[in-house]
Design a protein around this ligand. Structure first.
Ligand code: ACM
Ligand code: ZN
Length: 745
């Protein structure tokens, strides 16, 4: 392929080198530079383009060859990415690319991906690969999470112990937190300043800005292990549960080394002291070196999850609060961040922090990264601050992307479809405030990603979906269209030799009411047209084995009319191509019956509609999974069930959930009414008693028992507790009421 640049005086080497290296790497095509346009297959031109000041390009492929017109080099780089996507997805195909005429630029100015290299260290080679993935998807910011409780990863010449000591931990917990034990394997690593420069340049050559994150005042155990004076209490040993501490660490602590790099996950009370001047001199010195390495206008200082326990009992912190008349420790955190902001602003940089920096007063020029939902971002935009959206609900790529995930992940479930449907601009913002939303970012926390293969498995294909959310106009977003492009895109991951999740091909199982409300249907769908679905059914409560080879071939939805375990798998040529899915359907007199909600649930917890309460499926995961629950924020749940004919029954049970940390409380009360005609109801009793399940934390139920004559209609009124009581997270806010299933027996 021959390339020429119509003379414009701009330097084009990174563009040319990038194209040459990529075509060599992916297709073994040699790219050469030529002088005369008539000899060139590809011509680059620079022109003004009307694109609201954004980097933009026009890509034309025709019988005359390829031309890329752009307003900036960055625009031309995005054209190259589009051009690469026109190439075949394997190396053997003929190198035919379609004729196209494309005019394109990004919707959002901030299109970010984050990588935590602290929980598990990534070598330089993978960081570069990760940056390549960003480039392929037209992301333009790489948020590099460099410091944590479990490791400090950047060389700071003035403080060599940060990496001599802080970059290494003696072991790591095994299994999901709180963990099964310690692997006793030393883990760590760090980037020298030369390596950092190399990575920053590598990214810049791909028009990607690297934003370093230096965490403060929390998540700072590794720095404290290196320099204990940074702690409020340098003499207090690092608290690690005895069962979670590695052999070597217990020896070190017994030998008098008090502070350790953390070996388990979570939030730790030992944080930077906000009272001592030495803390700020240290952090300013660190920033001085960081700023020479990173030209980025934005510098991230963390600010999340900082417990205030130590500050409350630290004489230095308390003295500072008194001296400058701070009302509480949140204001001390705000002082901390504002002081760092002044320092960064003086050097011409802008501070980014996680949304906790709103608490106690926002630093005047700070950008808020909204991770605990969108609320922080909304509040910041209303306060005229810029915002980057990274809500855990939609763009935390450490959540599982399959409902049937069999590797350990941090929890949660976020499908590629959910990410594709994410809208970074909250509807409650007006046009002026919406402009303050710079964009969004996918976050990749690596507690449960030990290898680059696992990182790839977690990011793909969700990162591809996010790239489209951030690039394309909102009105062009089209899930069926994306699905058509996704399947060939999987082949492109193969071309890149990248690992990826095949969760998109998971079997989808749904429970539906029958037409006559006399049972439920189990419906199965696969995205693989060539797959055969095999299913088995088994009476609930007896042991069973998933022997799908003896299963039945699925053709139409299966009717379930008694308590059953149903399980299925998809196969191609007799080999499984998906994880199994299974449901336990527990029958009672209400199962599959016609149900009406007299009060609507909250928008974000609609379940599968009213039917969720009588679908025979109870929450068994012990976590807030949206499909199995209806959620009510501060309001009650009232449901009317039509049993179809007169039925004799003597109790009604409501299954609910408690998780104070998520503001979910058991019902205040549950009252049962019955009626023969559906119009006049009489109360059969009320209960306030919530009985907790022995098997599953948080799960519980309320039952009202009585004697009655046969009737057709049952009404259940489930009262929300209303307001979160004092002493609980979120006290004073509305409580959530979560209702899972209503049983009539
Ligand atoms: C965060 O996930 N703690 C920002
Ligand atoms: Zn202190």
């Amino acid at each position: 392929l021959s390339v020429t640049f119509r003379e414009t005086g701009e330097k084009k080497d990174p563009l040319f080198n990038y194209l040459r290296d990529q075509l060599k790497l992916l297709y073994n095509i040699t790219v050469v530079k030529v002088v005369a346009e008539k000899d060139a297959d590809l011509v680059f031109l620079t022109e003004k383009i009307s694109s609201a000041g954004k980097p933009a390009y026009k890509l034309e492929v025709s019988s005359k060859g390829i031309s890329i017109i752009s307003n900036t080099e960055e625009g031309a780089f995005y054209a190259l990415q589009t051009l690469l996507q026109l190439f075949p997805t394997d190396q053997r195909s003929s190198r035919i690319i379609p004729y196209v005429e494309i005019f394109d630029y990004a919707r959002f100015d901030y299109r970010g991906m984050h990588l935590d290299v602290a929980r598990h260290f990534s070598p330089v080679s993978f960081v570069k690969r990760y940056i390549d993935y960003l480039a392929y998807h037209k992301f333009n910011y790489f948020h590099w999470h460099l410091t944590e409780d479990q490791g400090w990863r950047i060389e700071i010449k003035k403080y060599p112990k940060l990496t001599e000591t802080g970059a290494w931990r003696n072991g790591t917990i095994t299994g999901r937190y709180p963990g099964l034990g310690n692997d006793n394997i030393k883990h760590g690593g760090f980037y020298t300043q030369e390596e950092v420069k190399e990575i920053v340049k590598y990214a810049a050559d791909r028009y990607i800005t690297v934003i370093p994150e230096i965490e403060m005042p929390g998540h700072s155990s590794a720095a404290i292990a290196a320099y204990p004076f940074l702690s409020c209490f340098p003499e207090e040993p690092t608290k690690i549960p005895a069962t979670m501490i590695s052999n070597n660490s217990s020896l070190q602590q017994a030998g008098g080394q008090k502070k350790l790099v953390q070996e388990t996950w979570g939030i730790f009370e030992d944080v930077f002291c906000a009272g001592k001047e030495e803390t700020f001199s240290f952090l300013q010195d660190v920033m001085d070196e960081v700023l020479t390495l990173f030209p980025s206008k934005y510098i991230h200082v963390g600010g999340d999850e900082c417990p205030k326990e130590n500050w409350k009992r630290c004489p230095n912190c308390q003295a500072r609060m008194k001296k400058i008349k701070l009302k509480d420790e949140h204001e001390l955190q705000s002082y901390f961040i504002q002081r760092m902001e002044k320092y960064l602003n003086k050097k011409g940089r802008t501070l980014i922090g996680w949304d906790e920096i709103l608490e106690g007063g926002l630093a005047p020029n700070a950008i808020v990264m909204s991770w605990r939902g969108e609320e922080g971002g909304i509040a910041a935009a209303k306060d005229n601050h810029q915002v980057i959206m990274t809500p855990g609900s939609h763009v935390y790529l450490d959540h599982a992307q399959s409902e049937n995930e069999d590797s350990v992940t941090i929890g949660g479930y976020t499908s590629v479809e959910k990410i594709y449907g994410y809208e970074p601009i909250p509807a409650v913002l007006n046009d002026q405030q919406a402009k303050l939303v710079l964009g969004a970012q996918g976050n990749v926390w690596t507690e449960y990603m030990k290898t680059h293969r696992k990182v790839e498995y977690m990011i793909f294909p969700r990162m591809s979906a996010l790239s489209e959310v951030l690039w394309s106009p909102k009105e062009k977003r089209d899930w069926p269209g994306f699905e058509k492009r996704l399947v060939p895109h999987f082949k492109r991951y193969d071309l890149w030799k990248a690992n990826y999740s095949k969760a998109y091909f998971d079997l989808k199982a749904t429970v539906l009411p029958t037409e006559n409300f006399d049972g439920v249907l189990w419906k199965l769908e696969t995205k693989l047209p060539q797959a055969e679905i095999k299913y088995i059914t088994h009476a609930a409560g007896r042991p069973y084995e998933l022997r799908f080879t003896e299963g039945t071939t699925y053709t139409t939805p299966i009717e379930v009319k008694s308590s059953q375990i149903v399980a299925a798998i998809s196969m191609v040529n007799g080999k499984p191509v998906s994880n199994p899915v299974h449901h336990t359907i527990l029958y009672n007199k209400a199962t599959g019956k016609k149900i009406t909600l007299l009060k609507e649930p909250a928008k974000n917890y609609p379940g599968d509609g009213a039917f969720t309460l009588v679908n025979g499926i109870q929450n068994t995961m012990g976590r807030v999974r949206s499909k199995e629950f209806l959620g009510f924020s501060g309001t009650d749940c009232e449901a009317l069930i039509d049993l179809g004919s007169d039925q004799l029954f003597s109790s009604v049970t409501v299954h609910s959930f408690r998780q104070a940390a998520a503001w979910i409380f058991p019902p205040q009360s549950m009252e049962v009414f019955v009626s023969a005609n559906g119009a006049e109801f009489i109360s059969m009793g009320l209960t306030n008693e919530f009985t907790e399940s022995k098997n599953l934390t948080g799960k519980g139920s309320m039952t009202v028992s009585f004697k009655t004559v046969p009737v057709r209609y049952v009404k259940v009124v489930i009262k929300n507790r209303g307001v979160i009581p004092p002493g609980n997270p979120g006290e004073g806010n509305k409580t959530w009421l979560f209702v899972d299933e209503i049983e009539v027996n």
